[in-house]
Design a protein around this ligand. Structure first.
Ligand code: NAD
Length: 446
């Protein structure tokens, strides 16, 4: 059992903090967003993440999880400080480390005893050493006594997925620990004792390797998605069915069935920025990651291709002018309210640019959509449910595969739609069923 401060109480920080408390640790979650912390103190969870409210309620009630805006006090009262702040893309594609630096420096100004500082945020190779430098600089500024305070920096990348974050954090495929001292490694074993005892693969390595593992994993998954998207596009041209192709490919143990689902392109808070950051690292070191670079470009094309697919399906260039399109799903994937880099943004904007009006519904992302889609707000009506979105529209487009969109009452949909166009960009319906209900059906790669 360890005493932990988690700095940054977003998707990763809050889930990590709550689950680490559930493992038996004592955790203080810190954020500089006081509204968020006030809400959490009242038991309000600021994000949509299945199961998280239970873990938070349970661990708060047990006295093992608390919330504060006071970083210095939290760091001083604990022995491990996780950095879990955002690392958004900078204009040049590299990861913007300004929040990590702010927090590292604040830690350096605060610590008063040996502390293990853990990089949980996804950061470029070399960041752990920068964090060390920032903390050391701040300690030295405080004078010779503070300069003698010892600390270690550990890289512990996170692999949870939004929508299944609690399950992923508590049942990870592996825990990766990049560290340079036995003292830090031992403390990290305390932090993850519940998993360590469960024989979760526990990979101890150096700082640079741990940082690389995270980018290499995400870039590989992005390449895999993009590969099947391109195969899907070709399937459409040659008359093949990508779902059968993917199913057969996936049975090959060397390939694996996951991440072989074609769609409108990957999005979210991780793949787009992590592929860009990794490509940038490759260029900086004169070792270009050509596959990753190509994947980034192909993913952009895929999103645009969806707009063209809808336009072509409705009759070709100019056909979107004056049409009303029902959009089901705005989040970048189901079970989250997160719309960061959601393909829905590009696709909705593309449809509006070509003259369409939209009626959209998402079970969780409506609030976020209200500002992320503000550029097209005059052409966008937010419906209260899927059927209201569909009412009077000239076509239906499924952009996110929420469960409630998998079982639409097709007869009712047909009655509500003005024209029978059904664009299933997540391949969640069977062509013959949709066609039997009187629709013209479009999917991806079949
Ligand atoms: P987020 O934007 O949801 O949360 C970041 C939090 O940090 C915010 O609440 C913000 O207020 C807070 N913050 C920023 N600066 C601060 C400061 N100086 N002091 C205190 N708090 C501060 O981000 P996220 O999605 O949780 O991502 C965090 C990191 O984890 C990123 O590096 C991301 O790449 C990585 N990651 C994310 C996921 C995911 O699915 N979201 C998965 C794995 C890894």
């Amino acid at each position: 059992m360890a005493k932990i401060a988690v700095i940054g109480t977003g998707y990763v920080g809050l889930v990590s903090g709550a689950c680490l408390a559930d493992f038996g640790n004592f955790v203080t979650c810190v954020d500089n967003n006081s509204e968020k912390i006030e809400a959490l103190k009242k038991g309000i969870i600021p994000i949509y993440e299945p199961g998280l409210d239970d873990v938070v309620a349970r661990t708060v009630a047990a006295g093992r999880l608390s919330f504060t805006t006071n970083l210095a006090a939290a760091v001083q009262a604990n022995e491990v400080a996780f950095i879990a702040v955002g690392t958004p893309p900078a204009d040049d594609g590299s990861a913007d480390l300004r929040y990590v630096e702010q927090v590292a420096r604040e830690i350096g100004r605060a610590i008063n005893k040996y502390t293990v500082v853990v990089d949980k945020s996804t950061v470029p190779v070399g960041t752990a050493r920068k964090v060390m430098g920032w903390i050391r600089e701040e300690l030295e500024k405080r004078g010779p006594e503070a300069a003698r305070i010892e600390f270690d920096v550990v890289s512990n990348p996170e692999f949870l997925r939004e929508g299944s974050a609690v399950q992923d954090f508590t049942h990870p495929d592996r825990v990766v620990i990049g560290a340079e001292s036995d003292r830090a490694r031992e403390l990290m074993k305390d932090v993850y004792r519940a998993l360590y005892l469960n024989e979760t693969p526990y990979i101890e390595t150096n700082l640079e390797t741990a940082e690389m593992i995270k980018y290499a994993s995400n870039a590989f998954l992005a390449v895999k998605i993009t590969f099947i998207n391109e195969v899907a596009n070709l399937c459409e041209k040659v008359g093949a069915n990508v779902q059968d192709v993917a199913r057969a490919m996936g049975r090959d143990g060397r390939i694996g069935a996951k991440f072989l689902h074609p769609g409108p392109g990957y999005g979210g808070s991780c793949f787009p920025k992590d592929t860009q950051a990794m490509a940038r690292i490759g260029r900086d070191y004169g070792e270009p990651l050509t596959l990753v670079e190509t994947t980034i470009a192909a993913n952009e094309r895929q999103k645009q291709r969806m707009v063209k697919k809808i336009e072509d399906g409705l009759g070709g260039p100019g056909s979107l002018k004056g049409k009303t399109i029902a959009i089901l799903g705005l989040a970048f994937k189901p079970n989250t309210d997160d719309m960061r880099e959601s393909p829905a943004i590009t696709i909705c904007e593309g449809l509006v640019t070509r003259g369409a009006q939209l009626r959209a519904f998402d079970p969780a992302a409506m609030k976020e959509a209200s500002w992320r889609l503000s550029a097209i707000k005059d052409s966008l009506y937010y419906a209260h449910d899927e059927y209201e979105a569909i009412e009077g529209a000239d076509a239906l487009v499924i952009l996110t595969e929420w469960n409630q969109f998998r079982n639409l009452d097709l007869e009712r949909v047909r009655r509500l739609l003005r024209a029978p166009y059904f664009f299933d960009l997540r391949n969640i319906y069977k062509r013959h069923e949709v066609e039997a209900a009187g629709f013209t059906y479009f999917a991806v790669g079949k």
